[in-house]
Design a protein. Structure first.
Length: 379
């Protein structure tokens, strides 16, 4: 459903190994991952045209690199597209620039576009624009950190961050980079010098109940449930995790006028950029490699024409006429993907008078039905 919502031609599945990676050495994790890769391939669950994994909880580009290398070594001689067997890889292994931050950036892009959409703002009596909005992020791993970073970059004020072992708050906004450095060094958010208030492990989740405009649950499922939904004061809940709001909690939130932006759209940035990485691996060329210098010459030529007509171009530096890098293209594609999904969900929600989650399911099912119908399948 998520892929259908954002028009990505993938299916959808989850799989993994039921261990706590923190209890194993790097060498042990590598052995486990490589054996898992062999077992997936043995039963036909791995390959560019069959099943393409991506990182999720407990994994990163490192594990994806091990999967790709194992597959390439054992089966790559017969598969020219072996690099495309997995996404979320390091760039040196065929990854794409921008994949690491894609999910968190997608959350920020989509939320900003919702808040810039006149019909959405009118429907919920929300002042337009993300600038100046207060944000609390629950979860400060990959998704939560990048969501917080980009919300700050877009002009919002991230006032709270919640982790499983502690949470911090500052009404004037937190320095996200400094907070991440502190967390990396100390393995906790507690003790951060830039915090006005902090809650320990036993009460950390209560920070989600502070006043804010946008709450981003970006950790595990069921973070917002029937026992705390009434205490949530945020007007907008932008789901960065998978299933962070239970059905009963959503019922409570909607009844009191909150807006839930569903996970199937909001966290689809990761799979969208995985799709871009897959396309890069199938084409065997990085985005922008064939066009970047041509774009630069075209822009420079335009500036030269302006100069020739006596127009002052003294303020135009390399950032004006440089061609698009791979990251520029990935960011542009991601933003377009998220914005298109937002437009479609808002249109369906207004037309049918339903929640954005229901609208997402309607859109996904209609696209899937249309695909089967046009292919000539009968059901």
């Amino acid at each position: 459903f998520k892929c259908a919502v954002v028009n990505v031609p993938f299916g959808g599945a989850k799989g993994g190994i039921a261990i706590d990676p923190r209890k194993f050495s790097v060498a042990e994790l590598e052995k486990i991952t490589r054996r898992y890769t062999v077992e997936l391939r043995k039963y036909g669950f791995l390959g560019a045209g069959t099943d393409v994994p991506a990182p999720d909880v407990g994994t990163s580009a490192r594990e994806m690199s091990w999967i790709k290398d194992t597959y390439a070594v054992l089966y790559g001689m017969d598969d020219i597209f072996s690099n495309a067997c997995v996404t979320g890889k390091p760039k040196s292994q065929g990854g794409v620039d921008g994949r690491t931050e894609a999910t968190g950036l997608g959350v920020a892009y989509a939320t900003r576009y919702f808040l810039n959409h006149p019909e959405f703002c009118k429907r919920h009596d929300i002042a337009p624009g993300v600038e100046g909005k207060t944000v609390i992020v629950q979860g400060f791993g990959n998704v939560g950190y990048y969501a917080a970073k980009f919300f700050s970059d877009f002009g919002a004020k991230v006032v709270g961050v919640v982790e499983y072992n502690g949470s911090v708050y500052n009404s004037n906004g937190l320095d996200i980079e400094a907070l991440k450095e502190h967390q990396t060094k100390n393995k906790t958010l507690l003790g951060f010098a830039g915090a006005e208030q902090e809650l320990g492990q036993d009460r950390a989740a209560e920070m989600m109940e502070q006043e804010c405009d946008v709450l981003v649950p970006a950790a595990l499922e069921k973070a917002i449930h029937m026992h705390n939904a009434n205490k949530i004061k945020a007007k907008i809940i932008a789901e960065g995790a998978n299933g962070p709001t239970t059905p009963k909690a959503e019922e409570i939130l909607l009844a009191k006028g909150s807006v839930v932006l569903p996970d199937m759209l909001m966290n689809a940035g990761g799979v969208s950029v995985s799709y871009f990485e897959w396309l890069k691996n199938l084409s065997h060329v990085s985005f922008g490699r064939l066009t970047r210098r041509w774009e630069e010459r075209g822009k420079q030529g335009f500036i030269d024409i302006l100069k020739g007509h006596g127009i002052d171009t003294a303020g135009t530096g390399p950032e004006v006429f440089s061609g698009a890098s791979e990251r520029d293209i990935v960011y542009s594609g991601l933003e377009d993907t998220m914005c298109k999904g937002v437009d479609e969900i808002i249109a369906t929600a207004i037309r049918l008078g339903v929640s954005y989650r229901v609208a997402g399911f309607v859109n996904a099912l209609q696209k899937m039905e249309g695909t089967y119908h046009d292919a000539g399948f009968t059901i």
